[in-house]
Write a protein that binds this ligand. Sequence first.
Ligand code: KG4
Ligand code: ZN
Length: 339
Amino acid sequence: MKPIDENTVVLGIETSCDETAAAIVLGGSDIASSVVSSQIELHAAFGGVVPEVASRAHLDLLNPVVARAIVEAGVEESRIDAVACTVGPGLIGALLVGVSAAKALAYAWGVPFVAVNHLEAHLYAALLDDPSIEFPIVVLLVSGGHTMLVEMRAPGEYRLLGQTIDDAAGEAFDKVARFLGLGYPGGPAIETTARDGDPSAIRFPRAMRDAGLDFSFSGLKTSVMNYVRKHPDVATADVAASFQDAVVDVLVDKARRAAAEIDAKGIALGGGVAANGVLRAAMSAAAAADERRAYLPSREMCTDNAAMIAAAGWHRLRLDGPSPLDTGAIPNLRLVIPT
Ligand code: KG4
Ligand code: ZN
């Protein structure tokens, strides 16, 4: 196998949920192309992702998306050194489409296949925009399925500091948005509606605020529902703004405490909720107040994409070598925590 260095070209593939994505990344951080085809409109009518619909859409979209990523990158197929793909966590049918395609391409081209953990890839998103990052950092990973605080000491070296004990932050945004009739996906809908609201209108609970570095969002969601049922005339914008404020408050508070605990040089954000403008502003301000750097990946790198998969794949290839071709999709894959 060729050495893995700054010239190594990795094709990344992502099909774990409702985005069909492919990207070409050089040397683990130089993005030559990143194509994301969202299925949001397909699922919006159902108010959430329908797994079978997602798998079928991935089947239709994946080949053209991969072809476009290669054309946009302006590289010959023969220059691709490895194919990296999300193997989990995610929807089993959706994952299988990407994993099968990635293994077939790697086999046909005679290059390594690299299995990537979607959560680990979200951690690398911050490095993609700023490869000069100084370690250790705390990464607040906030997506539709996960909410965790991770200590990253170097690429590939991380430790779980805290996580949600029930709903993920993104899930809370999605459920509250659905309850308020704001549509899917809930995060952007709440953020837009909240712009016309007063974040201090309603004091929603900050759950587990003083209980270590774990999170809980299920009680907040119930509390929003109870409040709206009791006050049917309340302005939806005020509810959205106050809910968003409660989530951001807890996320920033715990990330800040985690950073102090490990004496981190900086705090990085990752995952779809990290696209939220209020969270980004609050995290920047908090990091600046503590004289730490804030690493905020671009919004495109926060939500699901394949550039982060290719980047994580490059690091995994360097650290562990290729993955076997009998690797399957692993819907419940966890973030492996080396001790
Ligand atoms: O990381 P991601 O794209 O997919 C998963 O791996 O889950 O995250 C999707 C989640 C959804 O729950 C969505 O509502 C949330 O990220 N999200 C946001 C925003 N944009 C996306 N949440 C709050 N504010 C946003 N602007
Ligand atoms: Zn994700």
